[in-house]
Design a protein around this ligand. Structure first.
Ligand code: AQP
Length: 346
């Protein structure tokens, strides 16, 4: 049977990129899953602390992320939803995997470089990296591999930015099986499921991806934004000085990002949409208005449900969901850990 696993960091309210690139898939997979498919979704707080976090802020963001997952329609009766730090097996398997993970492979990963604003070909021995790079940020992909492998996930829905890490997770599973399993599948190499919204770009600097930690709040649409906030952000998205609509991601990243969004809502290729709009003499403002309408519709009701869930039972409801999810996740992870320890002679 299939096991679907994915995670999201509690580093802010999720945005349109998280939603279209990941969360919407999580929900769709839940709705379409066969009865024997297991769905496991985690708020990965241990990943969030790979960059400095304020204690009170992290506490709030964890709850908000859990509420957001429920607000988009994940059902805690059907899907296991839990905080990563409540299930110790994730950290234990990470340690075990890190004993065979190659530093060379990890140093070629791009995420630690982009999180520290280093160039893609930066190395761990560069002066800036030496002082800023912490072991946790460097070994982030090993923890992510443990998250996936500990639940024997067969399918992992993520955005394009995570493709490299999934490759690494498969490598971890294969290495482990080779070393301790005599060819048998002690750990399961997972498949990556990429969403059609591979990379939603920032509304204000459209050559970088939309991100929770971008200091400019106008760069992203939050799942909790009201329709008027959504309209305002889309209408003021950075484009360029050509008023016609054309699709050209290299020289017109802002306009092309809007067209890519529209293509998700209207189920047509961005090139086709652009050609049609151009033939009708549409201007950038017309494009923005159509995109705004699409986003408002896609997120309809999420903000309201989020507020209601945050407040339900004075917060006790969320605590209950988290406890219940953690106990189911522990059960799932413990099975794997027994296999892992036994096969290693422990
Ligand atoms: N811009 C994006 N477009 C499409 N997918 C995206 N994802 C993130 N940004 C985009 C997908 O969302 C899932 C959860 O991401 P995460 O919380 O693990 O961290 P991230 O990828 O680092 O996302 P952010 O928003 O940029 O957070 P911060 O600012 O904390 O780093 C993943 O499946 C990711 O692919």
């Amino acid at each position: 049977a299939k096991v679907i696993f994915s995670g999201i960091q509690p580093t802010g309210i999720p945005h349109l990129g998280n939603y279209l690139g990941a969360l919407q898939q999580w929900k769709r997979m839940q709705d379409e899953a066969a009865p024997d498919t297991k769905l496991i979704y985690s708020v990965v707080d241990l990943h969030a602390i790979t960059l400095p976090q304020q204690v009170g802020q992290l506490r709030q963001w964890r709850r908000e992320m859990l509420a957001a997952l429920l607000a988009i329609g994940l059902d805690p009766q059907r899907s296991v939803i839990f905080y990563q730090s409540a299930v110790q097996a994730h950290s234990e398997l990470m340690w075990i995997l890190s004993c065979t993970a190659s530093m060379g492979y990890l140093s070629r990963m791009t995420q630690w470089k982009s999180k520290l604003s280093l160039s893609e070909n930066a190395s761990v021995t560069d002066e800036k990296a030496k002082s800023a790079l912490k072991l946790g940020l460097f070994s982030y992909p090993v923890l992510q591999a443990a998250d996936i492998l500990v639940h024997r996930a067969t399918h992992v829905p993520v955005g394009e930015d995570q493709r490299q890490h999934l490759e690494f997770a498969r490598e971890c599973a294969t290495n482990f099986n080779h070393s301790f399993g005599n060819g048998s599948k002690l750990l399961v190499p997972p498949e990556t499921i990429l969403s059609p919204a591979k990379r939603v770009m920032s509304l204000q600097s459209p050559s970088s991806k939309m991100s929770k930690s971008d200091p400019n709040p106008a760069s992203r649409i939050l799942l909790t934004d009201s329709p008027s906030q959504i309209r305002k952000k889309i209408l003021s998205a950075l484009t360029d000085s050509t008023n016609a609509v054309t699709y050209d991601p290299i020289s017109r990243p802002g306009v092309s990002n809007l067209l890519s969004l529209l293509s998700l809502f209207e189920n047509k290729k961005p090139e086709e949409l652009a050609a049609k709009m151009a033939s009708q003499g549409a201007k950038l403002k017309d494009l923005k208005e159509r995109v705004a309408e699409g986003v408002v519709k896609a997120m309809d009701g999420v903000g309201e449900r989020f507020k209601e869930i945050m407040a339900r039972d004075g917060g006790k409801y969320l605590e209950g969901v988290a406890e219940d999810g953690a106990s189911k996740a522990r059960e799932s992870a413990d099975k794997t850990m027994r296999i892992v320890r036994e096969s290693m002679g422990m």
